[in-house]
Design a protein around this ligand. Structure first.
Ligand SMILES: Nc1ncnc2c1ncn2[C@@H]1O[C@H](COP(=O)(O)OP(=O)(O)OP(=O)(O)O)[C@@H](O)[C@H]1O
Length: 303
């Protein structure tokens, strides 16, 4: 489990992370989202003790990362896939990491195989493609068989097969009861991978909720109801207008915002209104995310 309490980091006049209170729980994938410059990498660096907080604390299972005697066996992380010694082979890179944390060399071969790098274990990291570097970074995160895993943009540079592989890996790590905290800008991928979402903007917490709740909360999630009889259409429309955020008529359909589908069905039943169709049109995570972060985008372009 990762716990942040009032976590704050300022760089000169910039509040990169601003009083963040958060618990990242085990047994699920938590997606960490936010526009460029929102403070995601800075937060992850503070969890790993690579940056000192200006105020507040970041704890892993109740202790700062640096206080764990064998940190790689507690937390595995992929922060910057390019942070590799270019002349070291993949295997030697991992052996050096293993030695520094008392991890047996047998784990090195096991994780190289897990990430599909067995054919290139003796190739120098400097000759790796972006995707191979990502895989090696993920191997490093898995090396100590840690309970907590953090990945900053893990699918960056991966081909579709690699993207799917990362998705399945994250899901299986969470299913084993581990804490999986992963940042990404790929909303369609996060919708498939994450159970819980943490959204930040300008260093502050915007949302911390299950994926389904974030999507349902979007004003773009609507209920569509088809009422062929014109009188019934008008009766239901009037009743819904009293409690919905918005009701639009499109041909014989009513498009309703802000009322759950169950309530629309119950109201129709109460009023004796005959329906030919009743369903929810869910927003995509991307739509929900854009709405949540509209006020926090620092580097946007006018549209
Ligand atoms: N070492 C540093 N010195 C000064 N400012 C920094 C430093 N590191 C980050 N910042 C600033 O802190 C803010 C948050 O940056 P951070 O990299 O954490 O954001 P991010 O959410 O990871 O962004 P991205 O999605 O673009 O990777 C930005 O305004 C950034 O310019």
């Amino acid at each position: 489990m990762i716990t942040l309490e009032g976590l704050t980091k300022t760089y000169g006049g910039t509040r990169a992370v601003d009083s963040l209170d958060l618990t990242v729980a085990p047994g699920r994938v938590t997606g960490f989202l936010g526009p460029n410059g929102a403070g995601k990498s800075t937060t992850m660096r503070m969890i790993l003790g690579l940056d000192a907080p200006t105020a507040g604390v970041a704890l892993v299972d109740g202790r700062p990362y640096a206080d764990w005697p064998a940190p790689l066996s507690k937390v595995g992380a992929l922060l910057d896939a390019k942070a590799l010694h270019p002349r070291r082979t993949a295997r030697n890179h991992l052996i050096a990491m293993a030695h520094s944390n008392g991890i047996p060399v047998s784990r090195v071969d096991a994780v190289l195989s897990t990430v599909g790098l067995d054919p290139v274990t003796r190739k120098r990291a400097g000759q790796f493609s972006l995707g191979m570097g990502q895989r090696l970074g993920i191997a490093g995160a898995l090396l100590g068989d840690p309970e907590v895993l953090m990945f900053d943009e893990p699918v960056n540079g991966l081909d579709p097969d690699g993207v799917r592989w990362v998705r399945e890996l994250m899901r299986s790590l969470a299913a084993e009861g581990r804490t999986v905290f992963v940042s990404s800008h790929l909303m369609s991928e996060m919708q498939l991978t994450a159970d819980q979402l943490v959204v930040i903007g300008r260093g502050r917490l915007i949302a911390d909720a299950p994926v389904a709740e974030v999507i349902a909360g979007s004003s773009r999630s609507t209920v569509a109801v088809r009422v062929p009889d014109r009188r019934h259409h008008a009766v239901l429309r009037e009743r819904l207008t009293a409690e919905a955020e918005r009701v639009d008529s499109v041909d014989d359909r009513l498009i309703v915002t802000g009322v759950p589908v169950e309530r629309v069905g119950d109201l129709a039943h109460e009023l004796g209104v005959r329906l030919h169709e009743l369903h929810t049109d869910q927003a995509s995570l991307e739509e929900a995310y854009m709405e949540l972060t509209a006020d926090s985008v620092e580097y946007g372009v006018a549209s």
